[in-house]
Design a protein around this ligand. Structure first.
Ligand code: SF4
Length: 383
């Protein structure tokens, strides 16, 4: 069904779709998500305002992560930074420590910047006011506005795109016809109960209209769903042919000095893992032995010479846009004062103190392997 036909059909069906979804949401939706409760712990009544700050934090955490994973992080975050003022006053190190494990760390830094930007101002009640904050897109802004103020703003996260793609049997990938999908989300939104409607729509996408095996038998929209009628819901949303993810090998040096301290560096603030700490290393070049990669990278990034010793651990990690294999070797520092030539700063730390620094998930496994490798009483493994 093309966009114009889909919009026309959904426009006609909207009253019926809203009523069915709201009834289903009341019976089967999630009503105890903590950032959507009033201070007394009750679900918000229609039109009742909630504190936007906890919702904002949750929405940013949810951009790449599911509710069940986010919950413990959100609770720790709210205990540490219960208000915009507390977050704005926090240091970046503490902010990254609390985000550690959630991934996509630029989200934490942007949330932090956003709190500083918003400090002393009322929370915006329109899209533009949220979209000027770093890291906030239209769907996140719509979700905050509808959740906090019960205002009629549509959302379009992955779950909603999937449901709408099936409902209309859209022949094109949502990313290629985004304006059309926004129009559909706005058309079905219930302007009188936007908070409840958006929540039910997200719940439908995450519990019934799941990617592989949608539970159409119990779906409130079954009677209007074009993909169900055609018997092929799992074919939607249509995807572009996917290219294989690029694969790279990264040589990593766990460099120890004579005092048993290990060398770590803090990444520049740009990019996915900006501001996180890590063990130094870099990409293996074609035809290069991994030991040579590590020696070369440590000269280029830190201006130090090392003796590359035995392999400590090798592990793979998949990001959304690439797959990496980290080959990690123990190294003995030989010469050169470490310089942050490709990072913000470098530091020698006691291995037992590594837990005080925010590291990406892959590095956490390296730390565990190092601590296991260090024998009691032995400070420098033979490298
Ligand atoms: S009928 Fe099936 S495919 Fe259609 S919206 Fe419901 S769960 Fe999704």
């Amino acid at each position: 069904m093309d966009s114009a036909n889909a919009a026309g059909r959904l426009g006609e069906l909207a009253p019926e779709l809203r009523a069915a979804l709201l009834a289903w949401g009341q019976a089967h939706g999630r009503h105890q998500i903590p950032w959507k409760l009033t201070p007394t712990g009750a679900p918000a009544s229609p039109g009742e305002q909630l504190d936007p700050y906890p919702i904002w934090v949750a929405e940013v955490m949810l951009q790449q992560t599911q509710v069940q994973v986010v919950l413990p992080y959100w609770r720790r975050w709210m205990a540490a930074f219960p208000s915009v003022e507390a977050l704005a006053a926090a240091g970046e190190h503490d902010v990254l420590m609390l985000w550690q494990g959630l991934g996509y760390y630029s989200r934490a830094r942007r949330l932090h910047q956003g709190a500083r930007q918003l400090l002393g101002q009322p929370f915006p009640r329109d899209l533009e006011g949220w979209l000027v904050l770093p890291g906030i897109g239209r769907s996140t802004a719509g979700s905050i506005l509808s959740s906090a103020f019960d205002l009629p703003f549509a959302i379009l996260d992955g779950n909603v795109k999937r449901v709408l793609a099936r409902l209309t049997r859209s022949p094109r990938p949502p990313a290629r016809v985004l304006a059309g999908f926004w129009q559909l989300s706005e058309l079905v939104l219930d302007p009188r109960r936007p908070r409840e409607f958006n929540q039910a729509l997200m719940d439908l996408g995450s519990s019934l209209c799941t990617p592989r095996h949608p539970s159409c038998g119990t779906c409130p929209w079954q009677g209007s769903c074009a993909a169900y009628a055609a018997g092929d819901p799992a074919h939607y949303p249509v995807k572009d042919a996917s290219k294989p993810l690029p694969f790279q090998v990264i040589g990593v040096g766990v460099v120890l000095n004579a005092a048993g301290q290990v060398l770590i560096d803090q990444r520049l603030n740009e990019g996915l893992l900006g501001g996180m700490w890590e063990f130094p290393g870099g990409k293996q070049e074609s035809g290069e032995a991994i030991e040579a990669t590590i020696r070369r990278e440590l000269v280029e990034e830190l201006a130090i010479e090392v003796a590359v010793g035995e392999e400590l651990i090798s592990l793979e990690h998949a990001y959304s846009h690439k797959r990496l294999r980290f080959v990690v070797h123990l190294c003995r520092w030989l010469s050169g004062e470490p310089q942050p030539l490709a990072s913000q700063q470098v530091r020698w730390v006691d291995p037992q103190d590594l837990g005080a620094y925010p590291f990406p998930a892959a590095n956490a496994k390296i730390i565990a392997a190092l601590l296991e490798r260090l024998q009691p009483g032995e400070r420098v493994p033979s490298a």
